[in-house]
Design a binder for this molecule. Structure first.
Ligand code: FDA
Length: 394
């Protein structure tokens, strides 16, 4: 069987792998990219509701979770959101800011995949799908991989196989296995940016409210996010919950401010003074979704006219409205998670080049590493930046 030789071989034709490949190709390296899936960039295609939130203009290291919060700094500083925006503009892709610095394509995520493939083609990068890796070994001057489509040899190997989320899109733990084989430790993984599930009494008390959405401030430990919450059949979702899910672990309590920006006690006292004859559910239904206001009154706050609440009862109701405690039973898991927390420990990876400090010529980029961004374009920015760092060095 013919041996396909190159300078750089990339496993994984997702965001980070394609970006590493095009960067190395632009430096004159001969680059091959292989992927076991039948299509490249599947997660890019499904991202941002089909419009790919491709970066965030406010990206800083503080938007990422990692056992080493400093690791991502160097790559993020050397390939910035402005750099990716310039590339998007070069390809005449129309985009807009949705909120909080989040940039989306106006029409379709397909434009981002096309950008990456065009840049790869211009840089002479060869991309091969439907190619499963059967064996990896080091040889005198690099690497030899046996695949379902022949033998590949290369000086450098870039592992860009992503995390475990959405297995139906081709996600595997293969990158973790390669890293372990060359002496890296893999920090425990768990689903991130994922809806939370409720069970037992908490789920019963929200029964029938699925579809209700409201702005909240969700808090877990020291982290808090103000954004939309959506009640689902199984629990809670929406951007505020996806964000806080990165910080939640079984047993940790969540707290929800159901009236962010409003001091509930002052508001309740004012309602008692001005509209004392009205039912609490009626006045609350003017600032919260009506069905939720009714349920909160029936189950937690008390269902009666506001003037019948004494000061102590008002204080209890106010503290529930501004600081509602909720115990999640779990997450919806990798099936619906946008990202994987944890992964290859960055301790033995160069933050400048993404090269293994244990195995020369081995590079790890993107989500396979223990670097996880918030919701809002940060994960793609990490894929571009880490891919760029490896592509410059491999
Ligand atoms: P990615 O998962 O993109 O690519 C890995 C590639 O490796 C895949 O092509 C896979 O087939 C391949 N592979 C895996 N195992 C292999 C094996 N054994 N052999 C060969 N190939 C293998 N982020 C963001 O910033 N903005 C957004 O809008 C969204 N939206 C979003 C929506 C949904 C539904 C999901 C699931 C995720 C997002 N994300 C996101 C997160 C973002 O998609 C993710 O962080 C990046 O795609 C990670 O890029 P990587 O290249 O590291 O992995």
């Amino acid at each position: 069987m013919a041996v396909i030789d190159s300078d750089v071989l990339v496993i994984g034709a997702g965001a980070a792998g394609l970006f590493a490949a095009l960067t190395a190709g632009q430096r004159g390296r001969r680059v091959q990219v292989i992927d076991h899936a039948n299509k490249v960039g599947k997660k890019i295609l499904m991202s941002g509701g089909g419009r790919c939130n491709f970066t965030n203009t406010g990206t800083t290291a503080a938007n990422y979770l990692s056992a080493n919060p400093h690791f991502c700094k160097s790559a993020l500083a050397r390939y910035t959101p402005a750099d990716f925006i310039a590339l998007v503009e070069k390809h005449r892709i129309a985009y807009h800011e949705k909120e909080l610095g989040q940039l989306f394509c106006d029409t379709s995520s397909k434009a981002i995949v096309r950008l990456l493939l065009d840049e790869c083609a211009q840089a002479g990068v060869q991309v091969r799908t439907d190619t499963a890796v059967e064996a990896i070994e080091t040889i005198a001057d690099g690497w030899q991989l046996r695949t379902s489509n022949g033998v590949y040899t290369a000086r450098s190997l870039i592992v860009a196989t992503g995390g475990l989320s959405v297995p139906t899109m081709g996600a595997t733990g293969f990158g973790y296995e390669i890293a372990k084989r060359y002496g890296h430790s893999v920090l425990p993984t768990r689903a991130g940016l994922v809806p939370l599930t409720l069970s037992g009494k908490p789920l019963e008390r929200f029964d029938g409210l699925s579809g209700v959405a409201l702005e909240v401030e969700a808090q877990c430990g020291k982290a808090s996010f103000r954004n939309q919450l959506l009640i689902t059949h199984r629990g809670i979702s929406g951007p505020a919950i996806l964000q806080i899910s990165n910080y939640w672990q079984p047993g940790k309590e969540l707290r929800l401010d159901l009236l962010p920006g409003t001091d509930a006690l002052t508001w309740l006292q004012q309602m008692k003074a001005e509209r004392g004859a009205s039912e609490l559910r009626t006045v609350l239904g003017e600032i919260l979704p009506k069905r939720l206001a009714q349920r909160l009154c029936e189950q937690w706050l008390g269902d009666k006219p506001v003037r019948q609440f004494d000061e102590r009862q008002l204080q209890t109701a106010a503290s529930l409205l501004n600081d509602f405690p909720l115990t999640a039973s779990g997450t919806e898991g990798y099936r619906t998670a946008e990202v994987t927390l944890g992964g290859v420990d960055t301790a033995k990876v160069s933050s400048a080049s993404m090269e293994s400090k244990l195995q020369p010529g081995l590079f790890l980029v993107g989500e396979v590493l223990d670097v996880t961004g918030w919701l809002g374009g940060y994960n793609f920015q990490w894929a571009w930046a880490s891919g760029h760092a490896a592509g410059q060095a491999a």
